[in-house]
Design a binder for this molecule. Structure first.
Ligand code: TRP
Length: 73
């Protein structure tokens, strides 16, 4: 399974109601999934055949192999 070789990234919510939105891969870029996290909740995810981009709304910290970023909200 290709996902096995794919790095994970972690999103940790710093407030209630953080949205993690998956955007489709391919010619059409649209939302296909929205996950709501409450404060302290963590989501672990990957980029896949279906997901090429992720948008995070709300106060959160995102950990990736490339470093750590936080949203400002
Ligand atoms: N079904 C989606 C997929 O396989 C699940 C998913 C993976 C996802 N990574 C994500 C959803 C990131 C939201 C954000 O692509």
């Amino acid at each position: 399974m290709k996902e096995m070789d794919n790095d994970f990234f972690v999103i940790k919510a710093k407030e209630n109601g953080v949205n993690v939105i998956g955007l489709t891969r391919g010619t059409e870029t649209r939302f296909h999934h929205s996950e709501k996290l409450d404060k302290g909740e963590v989501m672990i995810a990957q980029f896949t055949d279906h997901t090429s981009a992720v948008k995070v709304r709300g106060k959160a910290v995102i950990y990736t192999r490339h470093g750590v970023v936080d949203t400002e909200a």
